[in-house]
Design a protein around this ligand. Structure first.
Ligand SMILES: NC(=O)c1ccc[n+]([C@@H]2O[C@H](COP(=O)([O-])OP(=O)(O)OC[C@H]3O[C@@H](n4cnc5c(N)ncnc54)[C@H](OP(=O)(O)O)[C@@H]3O)[C@@H](O)[C@H]2O)c1
Length: 348
């Protein structure tokens, strides 16, 4: 079988870099072009030194892109939508890792991103990129909009409960702790080492944009609210979502086990993590660094109808590059796990 020629736009960034790490070892992929406007002509190993002796690819400009089989877009939000016709003319399939095509309702984009969406006419052409929820649509999709990292951890953690109508729809509280690579590779005053090191920064206690994706995917046509807060901690990769849900009825933890097992038993990248003892009784993002797994655990509060669901991912993998490659495999009819079959490293 001839390999698919894929190009990565915005390949100098963190998500693009992790995608290159994966694509370079994917048996059915040949990387056609990789773009960066600020590193034109440079070897990609200047920016991604972990890929030394693996590739001699060099960055080209987004304006010199040629035809290929599929384009991955790893650009800041607002950038992909403005050039989408050009990308569509160059490749029959696109996977966009930005937020541009995630929200089906254009009013929601304006509300949460503070800008008018410039391409509302093609929003419906994109399938929302969480394979565990949209696998069948992905098989025939030409365009996929990869999900947000915090949204992915939260949605996968809560999906079985919402799908089965078990929770009170306006009381869920989600607190995510996130690593610094979520913010991309540009340094800012808040990422300066003496400021960042050892910090626990409540950077978005309310009104986090990913709330909209979570509601879109979990509401099942009903009115609902999530109360979402994000805290940046001293970690490079990782998202830990602690989700407090209030169950409609009294429940037994054993029933929760059954529901999660039923939903996720056949999912190659979801692991239920709940041990009685030891350091790793619940999901821990550190163990997932570099992998496409989402680990999910839970515990019942014996004094109320609260269930705490804990969900962990690597933001650059299941939250970005890994999930995009999983979607790529599905839309091209490849084994879903191809190029993603490796565990994390321990200790790290
Ligand atoms: N980081 C995460 O954890 C994560 C998770 C899920 C989704 N995402 C999404 O994935 C996208 C990329 O994120 P990232 O973290 O990789 O960001 P990043 O590290 O800041 O990289 C951004 C990339 O976009 C390019 N770029 C920036 N402005 C551009 C423009 N106007 N025209 C052309 N290229 C431009 C940059 O290239 P040059 O500056 O070199 O030209 C760079 O390659 C974002 O939309 C982000 O929201 C990120």
């Amino acid at each position: 079988m001839s390999k698919l020629r894929a190009s990565v736009v915005g390949a100098s960034g963190y998500a693009g870099g992790d995608l290159l790490r994966l694509l370079l070892f994917h048996p059915n992929v040949e990387i056609a072009q990789v773009t960066s406007e600020s590193n034109l002509g440079k070897s990609i190993t200047k920016v991604h030194p972990n890929l030394r002796k693996v590739t001699d690819l060099k960055f080209t400009s987004m304006h010199e892109l040629e035809e290929c089989d599929l384009i991955f877009l790893c650009l800041p939000h607002g950038t992909a939508m403005n050039s989408i016709d050009k990308f569509k003319a160059l490749a029959p399939k696109i996977i966009d890792l930005s937020a541009d095509f995630r929200l089906g309702d254009p009013a929601l984009y304006e509300k949460w991103y503070g800008e008018t969406h410039s391409r509302t006419d093609i929003l419906s052409e994109f399938v929302y990129g969480i394979p565990e929820l949209h696998r069948e649509e992905m098989r025939t999709a030409n365009y996929i909009s990869s999900a947000g990292c915090n949204a992915t951890a939260s949605i996968l953690g809560l999906y079985p409960l919402y799908k089965n109508g078990l929770v009170e729809l306006d009381r869920t509280v989600i607190e995510v702790k996130v690593g610094s690579s979520e913010a991309g590779n540009k340094s800012t005053a808040s990422s300066h080492h003496p400021i960042k090191s050892g910090s626990v920064r409540s950077y978005q206690p309310v009104q986090h944009r990913h709330s909209a994706e979570i509601v879109q995917e979990l509401s099942f046509g009903k009115e609902m609210q999530v109360h979402f807060s994000a805290t940046s901690i001293d970690m490079v990769r990782g998202v830990l979502a602690t989700c407090h849900v209030f169950m409609k009825d009294d429940f037994d933890e054993k029933d929760i086990w059954k529901i999660y097992r039923k939903e996720y038993a056949d999912e190659p990248f979801i692991r239920i993590v709940k041990e009685r003892e030891g350091n790793y009784r619940f999901p821990e993002p550190k163990l997932l660094a570099g992998t496409n797994y989402c680990d999910i655990g839970f515990q019942k509060d014996e004094f109320s109808n609260r269930l705490v669901v804990i969900s962990a991912i690597d933001n650059l993998m299941k939250g970005a590059a890994g999930q995009a490659l999983q979607a790529f495999n599905i839309m091209n009819g490849f084994e879903e796990t191809m190029g993603l079959e490796f565990p994390g490293i321990h200790p790290i």
